[in-house]
Ligand binder design. Structure first.
Ligand code: ZN
Length: 183
């Protein structure tokens, strides 16, 4: 059984573009370290789940246009650019599994555990975790390599992050591993 590092929505638009998140900068290096570790091990693979929206995607009823397919905003940030052997899965919904080939690809690589990193802990990571749970995969989430949306809401960032992580633990049995303990 192998482990997949699943990097969710670390795209230009989610870092400093149309849905910019000041909190995203802090998770780039931890994710880069995890990806390097994963690429060095036969027991791991790296999979990127990237928004690649079409103009009529339902999500754009809730959010302004972001990560439109083919645009620069939809590209992974330079520091985390995928390696040739990595899987890259375009998605149109919050979950990395909804109407994508991710489940098939993970099964083909004998993956039994996913380590979820990226954005946002309370949205795309959460919905991806639900589908991983549904598929019977072990779920790990890195608290220091995921983040919720940045400051601006009523609740401080750290509290929202804790609440999001607690949800993943309570409902999906997610284990929380700090990136340094893995990488
Ligand atoms: Zn989106």
């Amino acid at each position: 059984m192998r482990t997949a590092l699943v990097v969710v929505d670390m795209l230009n638009d989610f870092v400093d573009g149309s849905l910019a998140n000041p909190a995203a900068a802090a998770i780039v290096q931890p994710i880069a370290a995890l990806a390097a570790k994963a690429r060095s091990s036969r027991e791991w693979i790296v999979a990127y789940a990237n928004d690649a929206h079409r103009p009529d995607d339902v999500e754009l009823r809730v959010f302004p246009p972001h990560a439109m397919a083919g645009s620069a905003g939809a590209e992974v940030v330079d520091e985390l650019r995928p390696a040739p052997e990595d899987l890259v899965v375009p998605k149109h919904f919050y979950s990395a599994f909804t109407e994508t080939e991710l489940a098939t690809l993970l099964a083909a690589h004998d993956v039994g555990r996913v380590v979820l990193v990226g954005q946002h802990t309370d949205c795309c990571v959460r919905h991806t975790a639900y589908d991983a749970f549904r598929l019977g995969l072990e779920i790990v989430v890195c608290p220091d390599a995921t983040t919720v949306f940045g400051p601006g809401a009523h609740e401080p960032l750290a509290e929202r992050q804790q609440r999001a992580l607690a949800y993943l633990t309570a409902y999906y049995g997610a284990r929380l591993w700090r990136s340094r303990a893995i990488a």
